[in-house]
Design a protein around this ligand. Structure first.
Ligand code: BGC
Ligand code: NOJ
Length: 812
């Protein structure tokens, strides 16, 4: 069953009922100010950091689901309704929600009044603009009462949810005309305030939640709205809110629009006050003036759309498959930008208080948007590298506001250092900007300990070399990519987190995944050394890589697939010998991508085993058979019921590793079959089973051992976005940025006749036409650039602002 449809021409997903199987959300903002918005106008806003600068309150884990947002109540005689259905839930005569690129438009109609709510964060603006238009579609005059509502969060979102003995006393508000200022804690150490404005004279306001709602009411039927009269309440502690009361009379056919602004402003410490006790509102006044008319909003909206068009146009494909086109050209690229912006902080599955920007996560996220925002990726690389320790290991996350590393979600995950090399190599391939390697970057956020970025890469590589176990394989540390394979955490205490609890000695458990990563990513490090003329280092690196390959072939191969690990007792994990968890996806993916044991055909044998043991109709499960009970020596992986999350869920993040490995092998039909299985737009028709948004990837789909096989969770913020974009764009369509040019090496379904990609690369635009007359999956018969036939498959760098045509004919 579907709950909407794709409108590709407008780059929108159109939701046609408010009763989606779960809130289907979108993100507003892409620089400093962000907001989440669901299809019923739920969600919240924050400045830079969802933990430390939360503007509006949101209650996760609440009933009913998705309560709280930017709400507009419309009272038309005795009828009370809201354009997005919630929170009032009056049946609407018409409803539609369009999630687009950085904006959401919700339309509702009731008894001859049509409402149109457009929400977006303009470029270079620290606020959310909400344009509410109301039209009288009836034959009579309408007299309406409109009440806006949002609830402020007292800035620190965790404290706001926990520290009531203090917080019920601190709330403060100032009101000036139609603008409500949230000033809690401004009297002391905060130099920032929020405001909620409307560009019209108001008939009243409320800022005290209890007065607006009534102590025992929910958002659905506030006392003030019911009575049709604001209380003009001024919050004094408790819970500050902002509500405007507007009265509107509309003749038949008449339309009127209001512009609401939820804004954030900061003042220098010596400019905080106008007079003692009155905050300096100059910045708010300027921000409000920027969008005080419909025309100004319209212009900003066009600019926003234009900027997204330009971002997305840097890569576009025309193929015979409309789902490939819409995912590659629109939604997958869009999601990649959101994962870059949000990391794993704020979604409807991530609370915004748990996680900042993860070291491993952001390095992978950048792989998906390097072509869109190389300058921002450059800064991100420098920021994340600054949280590395001198021995090459790293804090596992940092807060975006402070850019300081912390170990709130653990540290010493021994895969972390390698991801930095991968992100940097992707940056170099995209931009050719080798100067980044000379940038001076602190260790442990300490300027006194700074070295070149190249030195950081060197220590990343060395960290693996220096931490190996008895089979010469990499020690796993707290965990590797699989946060839940906790081979050094023997936990019998339900009150401790697997992510932070103390390691065992950590001298025995080894990871075959890290070995595969080391070989795959190490080759990039060697290429970087080559380019820099560091021949001795490059030779040493290649020798280490050969040694690692040998170690894997000797101790990491289980007969028909790659082992996953050795545990703290030196026992095999992911082996025929194991009663459960005999085969894992991660090591098959990375060791095959790295071509380990290619001479003996090990990648193909491993990938065949994936097909036999891990594949399902809804994607590839992480391991098989699922763990049926808790294993002390394995940790969190075995805490999940069979089929969920890391315990044999379909982890959409590493399915593309298998797609890539299949593409390297040349099996384009299989690579594409795996691509289709988890790609959300193909799943639109089973939305009632899948449940999360059909326009974005989710982290996990329940595996075959789960009761809810096929049901997805944790949409939006997942490395799945980046890796699937890498798989489809670089390995299936085969457009690979490389150090010296753009390499073209498609591996497609044999049935495909042709496709065309337009790709901006290093200052030129390449139109790449791929023909497949012999219906092969892979292999190039002829290759030409601007009509000139070339050997190989590398299109040169032109950097000339011009268009270039690359023609490729596939063949045996
Ligand atoms: C989840 C992992 C996640 C980790 C992050 C675990 O509970 O299963 O997917 O990476 O938490 O801290
Ligand atoms: C989600 C985490 O964000 C990511 O870092 C990790 O690799 C996967 N879960 C797998 O555990």
């Amino acid at each position: 069953m579907q709950y909407g449809y794709f409108d590709d021409a407008h780059k929108e997903y159109v939701i046609t009922t408010p009763r989606t199987p779960y809130p289907w959300i979108n993100y507003l903002g892409s620089q400093e100010f962000f907001a989440l918005i669901s299809n019923t106008a739920g969600g919240y806003a924050f400045y830079k950091d969802a933990l430390l600068r939360r503007l509006t309150r949101y209650r996760y884990n609440n009933v009913p689901l998705d309560n709280g947002g930017r709400y507009f109540y419309i009272k038309d005689g005795e009828t009370l309704w809201a354009p997005g259905w919630k929170p009032v839930k009056t049946e609407l005569d018409r409803y539609e929600c369009r999630h687009g690129m950085g904006y959401t438009r919700i339309q509702g109609e009731k008894q001859g009044v049509a409402a149109d709510l457009l929400c977006f964060v303009p470029l270079d603006y620290t606020g959310e603009v909400q344009k509410l238009s109301l039209k009288n579609t009836s034959a009579e005059t309408k007299t309406l009462h409109i009440f806006s509502l949002l609830e402020f969060c007292l800035w620190n979102a965790l404290d706001d949810m926990t520290n009531f003995q203090r917080n019920f006393n601190t709330g403060e508000i100032e009101i000036e005309g139609s603008v409500i200022y949230h000033t809690t804690e401004y009297r002391e150490r905060r130099n920032h305030y929020a405001f909620y404005a409307v560009n019209a004279e108001i008939s009243g306001f409320d800022t005290d939640r209890e007065c607006f709602l009534g102590l025992y009411n929910g958002f659905d039927l506030p006392d003030v709205v019911k009575s049709g009269q604001s209380g003009n309440s001024v919050a004094d502690g408790w819970s500050p809110i902002a509500s405007h009361h507007l009265k509107l009379s509309l003749q038949p056919g008449e339309e009127h629009s209001y512009v609401f602004i939820l804004g954030y402003a900061e003042n220098a410490p010596d400019q905080k006050w106008e007079v003692p006790g009155v905050i300096n509102k100059r910045k708010a006044h300027t921000m409000i003036a920027q969008f005080d008319t419909e025309q100004k909003v319209g212009q900003a909206f066009l600019k926003l759309k234009d900027s997204w068009d330009r971002l997305l146009n840097r890569f576009s494909v025309q193929s015979c498959d409309e789902n490939v086109n819409r995912m590659v050209n629109i939604w997958n690229q869009y999601q990649c930008m959101m994962t870059f912006n949000m990391a794993r902080s704020a979604s409807y599955f991530e609370s915004g208080i748990g996680r900042g920007i993860g070291f491993r996560d952001t390095n992978q996220d950048m792989l998906g948007c390097m072509h869109q925002i190389p300058e921002r990726a450059r800064q991100r690389i420098l920021d994340v590298a600054a949280t590395q320790f001198e021995d090459g290991s790293a804090y596992h996350q940092y807060q975006p506001l402070t850019k300081r590393g912390n170990d709130a979600v653990g540290s010493h995950f021994n895969d972390d250092p390698l991801w930095l090399i991968l992100a940097v190599s992707a940056y170099l391939k995209e931009t050719g900007d080798w100067s980044i390697l000379d940038e001076s970057v602190p260790f442990d956020n300490d300027e006194r300990k700074a070295a070149s970025l190249f030195e950081h890469l060197k220590r990343s590589f060395a960290h693996v070399v220096n931490h190996r176990g008895q089979h010469n394989l990499p020690l796993i540390g707290r965990a590797d990519w699989n946060d839940c394979l906790n081979l050094n955490c023997f936990s019998t205490n339900p009150d401790e987190s697997f992510q932070t609890t103390t390691n065992k000695q950590g001298k025995t458990a080894e990871s075959v995944l890290i070995a595969g990563m080391f070989v795959f990513i190490g080759k990039e490090y060697a290429a970087i050394c080559d380019h820099l003329g560091k021949a001795a280092e490059a030779d040493a690196v290649r020798k280490q890589i050969r040694d690692m390959e040998q170690a894997v072939i000797k101790a990491g191969w289980d007969g028909a697939w790659f082992l996953r690990a050795y545990d703290n007792a030196g026992q095999k994990i992911g082996s025929q010998e194991c009663p459960e968890g005999k085969i894992f996806i991660e090591s098959q993916g990375f060791c095959s991508m790295a071509q380990i044991g290619q001479a003996r055909n090990l990648p193909q044998i491993a990938l065949d085993s994936v097909k036999t043991h891990l594949d399902t109709p809804y994607g590839i499960v992480l391991l098989n058979p699922a763990y049926s009970r808790y294993y002390l020596n394995l940790g969190e992986v075995s805490t999940y019921p069979p089929g969920y999350k890391e315990n044999a869920g379909i982890f959409c993040h590493n399915n593309p590793w298998i797609m890539i490995a299949e593409a390297i092998l040349g099996r384009g039909d299989l690579a594409f079959e795996y691509y289709q299985k988890i790609c959300p737009s193909y799943l639109e028709e089973i939305s009632d089973l899948h449940r999360t948004e059909p326009y974005v990837y989710s982290q996990m789909i329940a595996g075959k051992d789960a009761k809810r096989h096929g049901e997805a969770k944790n949409s939006w913020l997942t490395g799945t976005a980046a890796w699937n974009f890498v798989a489809i764009s670089q390995w299936i369509l085969g457009i690979q940025p490389d150090y010296a040019g753009l390499r073209i090496d498609p591996c497609i379904p044999a049935a495909w006749e042709q496709f065309t990609v337009r790709r901006v690369f290093r200052g030129s635009t390449y139109t790449i036409k791929v023909n497949n007359p012999e219906h092969v999956c892979k292999g190039i018969n002829s290759f030409s650039v601007d009509g000139k036939s070339l050997p190989g498959n590398l299109a040169p760098v032109f950097d000339d602002d011009q268009e270039h045509v690359v023609e490729v004919t596939l063949g045996a």
